[in-house]
Write a protein that binds this ligand. Structure first.
Ligand SMILES: Nc1ncnc2c1ncn2[C@@H]1O[C@H](COP(=O)(O)OP(=O)(O)O)[C@@H](O)[C@H]1O
Ligand SMILES: [Mg+2]
Length: 297
């Protein structure tokens, strides 16, 4: 998984006939993608990611693991079509990405409308779809039920716990029945116990629906327990360092996946790689780097 091999499946550029994506096109394809940001004053430019290439297959769960500042959120926003890349090419189901009902986005900080009920927050995401009012309500109820919030449709976000708010955000993202789910550290601000329950909930729902998922996290454990593949990102500018397959049997909530040898070995390997990445980053805030790695990482 490097930027070296560049596939050009036919001539996709230029105008002419509309691009009809083949059924076989993957959920996401990044081909040598770069993106820079200019500071507010316009004085400096930060290369957020450079030469990023990867593929997320349909119905596949991929975790994007990396230290903070390595471009994880940037990659999600490029996949959603909220941002345009500077170089390379991004495709979602074989076409240029654009925000819409086919892609669900779950943000770390929930982003619920505070003056709307849980029900209305979920229903809001359905507004652009060709559904009548009764269908919208039915779908909203169904998805609140799916995330275990049937009894809380009338509650306002301020009346809900962090875990419940994130369930509402998940229901909102799922309600359009997207083929692709983009999740940006969705459980990072939830307490450890609730987080584990949310992971199980997500795996259960994923098994029912099988959307492609690109799940951003900086937790090694979360990446292993959830994903089919883990992409490790290195910082400044962000790039894919390596990709590993997680060969643990599913469903992983029916047995203690964390106790198995495969899990323990993968965890130890990835944790070590993450440490190396953080410590070799000159812009890291980690002041202990001189002590933590003999010989200086
Ligand atoms: N809108 C923006 N304006 C300027 N710099 C940005 C912007 N978004 C991200 N960056 C910079 O790009 C780099 C990657 O950011 P981000 O994708 O948010 O990383 P991550 O999600 O891995 O923490 C960081 O150095 C960040 O400061
Ligand atoms: Mg981020």
């Amino acid at each position: 998984m490097t930027g070296e091999r560049r596939e050009t499946p036919g001539d996709r550029g230029g105008g002419g006939a509309p691009d009809v994506p083949p059924e076989s096109s993957p959920a996401i394809r990044f081909d040598d993608v770069g993106k820079s940001f200019t500071s507010a004053g316009g004085r400096s430019t930060v290369a957020a990611i450079r030469g990023v290439s990867f593929v997320v297959g349909r119905a596949t769960f991929v975790a994007l693991l990396g230290p903070s500042g390595c471009g994880k959120t940037t990659i999600l926003r490029l996949a959603d079509g909220l941002l345009d890349c500077d170089s390379g090419r991004v495709e979602v189901f074989g076409a240029a990405p654009k925000p819409g009902p086919d892609t669900g986005f779950v943000f770390q900080n929930f982003r619920l409308i505070p003056w709307a009920t849980a029900h209305d927050n979920v229903e809001f995401g359905l507004k652009g779809m060709p559904l009548d009012r009764a269908e919208r309500r039915e779908r909203t109820r169904h998805h609140l039920d799916l995330v275990g919030l049937r009894a809380f449709g009338r509650a306002y976000p301020g009346e809900l716990s962090g875990g419940m708010k994130q369930r509402v955000a998940l229901a909102r993202a799922l309600a359009t029945e997207p083929r692709l789910l983009l999740m940006d550290e969705p459980f990072a601000s939830i307490d450890a116990q609730t987080r584990e329950l949310m992971q199980i909930e997500l795996m259960r729902i994923w098994t029912l629906r099988r959307p492609a998922v690109l799940f951003v996290t900086h937790s090694v454990d979360e990446a292993i327990i959830l994903a089919d593949h883990i992409m490790l990102l290195g910082p400044r500018p962000g790039r894919v360092i390596e990709s590993v397959a997680v060969e643990l049997e599913r469903p992983r909530w029916t047995y203690d996946a964390r106790a198995g040898r495969r899990y323990v070995e993968l965890r130890s390997y990835l944790a070590q790689r993450m440490r190396e990445l953080v410590m070799s980053d000159p812009a890291s805030e980690f002041f202990g780097r001189d002590h933590a790695l003999p010989g200086g990482g």
